[in-house]
Design a protein around this ligand. Structure first.
Ligand SMILES: *Cc1c(COP(=O)(O)O)cnc(C)c1O
Length: 429
C-alpha cells in the first residue's frame, strides 16, 4: 500500500495484506502448514539465527497469522504483534517475556476473572507476585511499586465493573518508574480506544471477543508500541545474551520490535500457545467489519443502558457511557466513539430474581462470553467469578445480584422486549 496515513476503517480491511503474490487471491489464504521448506543449509542456519526473516515452523510463525499480527499492530498504532492461542495466552506471553521469579506486577484489581486467577494463583506459584490496587485512584499504583515491580497492568474497561482507568495518569506513573504499562484492550478494541495514544507500552487482547465478533474462535494477540526504553537498566533479560535463544540480545538486535521478537522466540517457542492459522483467518474476517459492528454495538448498548436505568425492576446500571456513571467523563475522554457494549446491572430481589431473569430470557444467550454479534447474558457471581469467595467477589466488583450483558446487533426493539419480559418474570418471582 502507498505510504499514507490510512484511516482506521481502511486499516481494518487492508493492513498487513496485499493480494497473494503466488495466486492473486484477494483474501489472505489459510496457510495450513506446520513447516516450510528451506532453500539450502545456509538459508536454514540463517533463519534459525534470526539473521534472515522467513518461516521455519508454525509454532512460532505462519503467513496467515502474520497478516493478523500486522493488522492488529497497525490498528493499535503499534510496531509489531504476536498472535497466540487465547487471550489468557496473550497475557501469559506478554508478561513472561519481562517477568521472572522474584519480580512483581501491580495490577488494577478489577479484572477478568481468569486473569485474576492467573496472576493471584498461577503466577504466585512461579514466584511472581501480583499486587492488586483500586484503580480509581492512579496514585494507588505508584504506592504499590517496589524495586522488584516490572510492570503495571490494567484493562481498558474493567471486567466486570465497567470501570475506566485514567490511562494517562497510570502511564505517567509507569514512565516515572521506568516500567512498561500493559493494557488489556479487549473490551474497547482499537476502534474505540488506542492505549498507545495515551502512553501504554504493550497491549494484549482476547481476539475471541469483538475482534472475532461472531463467537467462533478462541485466540489472542499482543502488540508492542516500539517506544519503551528496555535499556534503562531494569530489564537485563532484554539486554543480555538469551540463554533460551542462541545467545541473541533481543533489544540490541531488533530494537523497536525486540520485545515481540523475544516474546515469539523465547516464550511462544518454548511454551507453545500457538494460534491456528484457521482462527487467524476468521479473526481477519471479523476485523474487516470491526468499525461497522462497534458503531452498532455502542448504539444498541446506550439504548439498552438507558432503558435499564429507567426500569423499575432494576436497582442500578453500570455502563461508562451513561451520564450517571462515575466514569462518564473518563469514558468521554478515552472512548469518544462510545464505551463499548458491555454493562452490568443489579436486579431487585437479589440472587433468586437473577436466576429467574436468566432462565426467562428468550433469544438472549446465557453463556460465558462477550463481544459476540449476538446479545449475551451471564450471572458472574455463579459463573465467571465463581472461583472467588464472596468477599473477593465484592472486592473485584462482582455483586451477588449483578447481571452482565454484552449487547449485540439484533433489532434494538427486540433486545429491549426480551429484557423487559425477563425482568417482569424476575419481578414476579
Ligand atoms: C475473555 C477475556 C480474556 C481471556 O481471553 P480468552 O480468549 O478467553 O482466553 C482476557 N481478558 C478479558 C478482558 C477478556 O474479556
Amino acid at each position: 500500500m502507498a505510504d499514507r496515513e490510512y484511516g482506521i476503517e481502511t486499516l481494518c480491511l487492508h493492513a498487513g495484506q496485499l493480494p497473494d503474490p503466488a495466486t492473486g487471491a484477494r483474501v489472505p489464504p489459510i496457510y495450513q502448514t506446520a513447516a516450510y521448506v528451506f532453500d539450502s543449509a545456509d538459508h536454514a542456519a540463517s533463519l534459525f539465527n534470526l539473521q534472515t526473516f522467513g518461516n521455519i515452523y508454525t509454532r512460532i510463525m505462519n503467513p496467515t497469522n502474520a497478516v493478523f499480527e500486522q493488522r492488529m499492530a497497525a490498528l493499535e498504532g503499534g510496531r509489531a504483534g504476536v498472535a497466540v492461542s487465547s487471550g489468557m495466552a496473550a497475557q501469559l506471553v506478554a508478561l513472561l517475556t519481562i517477568l521472572q521469579a522474584g519480580d512483581e506486577i501491580v495490577s488494577a484489581k478489577t479484572l477478568y476473572g481468569g486473569t485474576h486467577t492467573q496472576f493471584a494463583f498461577n503466577f504466585r506459584k512461579l514466584g511472581i507476585n501480583a499486587t492488586f490496587v483500586d484503580s480509581d485512584n492512579p496514585d494507588n499504583f505508584a504506592a504499590a511499586i517496589t524495586p522488584n515491580t516490572k510492570c503495571l497492568y490494567a484493562e481498558s474497561i474493567g471486567n466486570p465493573a465497567n470501570n475506566v482507568i485514567d490511562f494517562e495518569a497510570v502511564a505517567q506513573i509507569a514512565e516515572d518508574n521506568g516500567i512498561p504499562f500493559v493494557v488489556d484492550n479487549t473490551f474497547a478494541t482499537p476502534y474505540l480506544c488506542r492505549p498507545f495514544d495515551f502512553g501504554a507500552d504493550i497491549v494484549v487482547h482476547s481476539a475471541t471477543k469483538f475482534i472475532c465478533g461472531h463467537g467462533t474462535s478462541i485466540g489472542g494477540v499482543l502488540v508492542e508500541s516500539g517506544k519503551f526504553p528496555w535499556d534503562n537498566g531494569k530489564f537485563p533479560t532484554m539486554m543480555e545474551p538469551s540463554e533460551g535463544y542462541h545467545g541473541i540480545r533481543f533489544y540490541e538486535t531488533f530494537g523497536d520490535f525486540g520485545y515481540t521478537m523475544k516474546a515469539r522466540c523465547e516464550i511462544l517457542r518454548t511454551f507453545g500457545p500457538t494460534l491456528s492459522p484457521f482462527n487467524s483467518f476468521l479473526f481477519l474476517q471479523g476485523l474487516e467489519t470491526l468499525h461497522v459492528r462497534m458503531d452498532r454495538h455502542v448504539e444498541n448498548a446506550l439504548a439498552v443502558a438507558t432503558f435499564l436505568e429507567e426500569h423499575p425492576a432494576v436497582e442500578w446500571v453500570s455502563y461508562p457511557g451513561l451520564e450517571s456513571s462515575r466514569y462518564f467523563s473518563l469514558a468521554q475522554k478515552y472512548f469518544p466513539r462510545g464505551a463499548s457494549a458491555i454493562m452490568s446491572f443489579g436486579i431487585r430481589g437479589g440472587l433468586e430474581a437473577c436466576v429467574k431473569f436468566i432462565e426467562s430470557v428468550n433469544f438472549l444467550s446465557h453463556l460465558a462470553n462477550l463481544g459476540d454479534a449476538k446479545t449475551l447474558v451471564v450471572h458472574p457471581a455463579s459463573t465467571t467469578h465463581r472461583q472467588l469467595d464472596e468477599a473477593a467477589q465484592v472486592e473485584a466488583g462482582v455483586m451477588p445480584n449483578m447481571i452482565r450483558l454484552s449487547v449485540g446487533l439484533e433489532t434494538i426493539d427486540d433486545i429491549l422486549w426480551d429484557l423487559d419480559q425477563a425482568l417482569a418474570a424476575a419481578r414476579s418471582s
